[in-house]
Ligand binder design. Structure first.
Ligand code: AMP
Length: 213
């Protein structure tokens, strides 16, 4: 069953997606990861996206929608999780059209509910490996050796530019204004499932698995 993982920045969408990939074989479509990959490789898309991503703003809908269209084209029958898309009402509507044109559907939209105070702590403490994308947290999950990735041994475990406090405020505001309203779109479609996103990652994952059957 194809899924959308939905929630504020820092709600745990990336962490839970990684578990779904590892344990259940899902294909992960993260628009944020796709932008970071393009930015790292300095492609035309990356150069364009950087202006928005580093400032905590949304990349224009047409660019994101085209990217998801391409990702759907490369699925080859795999079940997928959408993480970070859709983030605006026009993206949600465009997604319905994309699903239809690729003969796909979404079974459930899982909303991870996390209070704002917790989101701030998660985002300011988050560190990511620039090489492989593994994520850490300075207190909850530091790498074994400071600054070095446990997964790929790269010494590039850093703070994302958009996890700096000023940018976080902007991202949370963008979420409230543009993304949170998308919830009602899926509520109306009868697909929205709200889950408690607080606590240990494994506990949240158990809650997700509990609603998948
Ligand atoms: P994320 O890793 O999902 O928090 O995404 C990081 C950044 O990528 C966001 O703050 C936006 O700048 C951009 N981005 C990711 N997904 C989208 C989307 N669906 N629409 C517009 N911008 C996006």
């Amino acid at each position: 069953m194809n899924l959308i993982l939905f929630g504020a920045p820092g709600a745990g969408k990336g962490t839970q997606s990684a578990k779904l990939v590892e344990e259940l074989g899902y294909k992960h479509i993260s628009t944020g990861d796709l932008f970071r990959y393009a930015m790292k490789n300095e492609t035309a898309l990356g150069v364009e996206a950087k202006k928005y991503v580093d400032a905590g703003k949304l990349v224009p809908d047409s660019i994101v929608i085209g990217m998801v269209d391409e990702a759907f084209g490369a699925l080859a029958g795999a079940s997928f999780i959408l993480d970070g898309f859709p983030r605006t009402a026009p993206q949600a509507e465009a997604l319905d059209n994309l699903l239809e044109s690729h003969s796909l559907d979404i079974g459930k939209v899982i909303f991870l509910e996390v209070p704002k105070e917790l989101l701030l702590g998660r985002l300011t403490g988050r560190r990511v490996c620039k090489n492989c994308g593994a994520t850490y947290h300075v207190e909850a999950k530091p790498p074994v050796k400071d600054g070095v990735c446990d997964v790929c041994s790269s010494d590039q475990v850093v703070q994302r530019k958009d996890d700096m406090p000023e940018v976080i405020e902007e991202r949370l505001e963008v979420y409230e204004n543009s993304t949170a309203p998308v919830k009602s779109f899926y509520l109306a479609q009868g697909k929205l499932i709200e889950l408690d996103g607080t606590g240990e990652a494994d506990d949240v994952f158990a809650r997700i698995k509990g609603v998948l059957s």
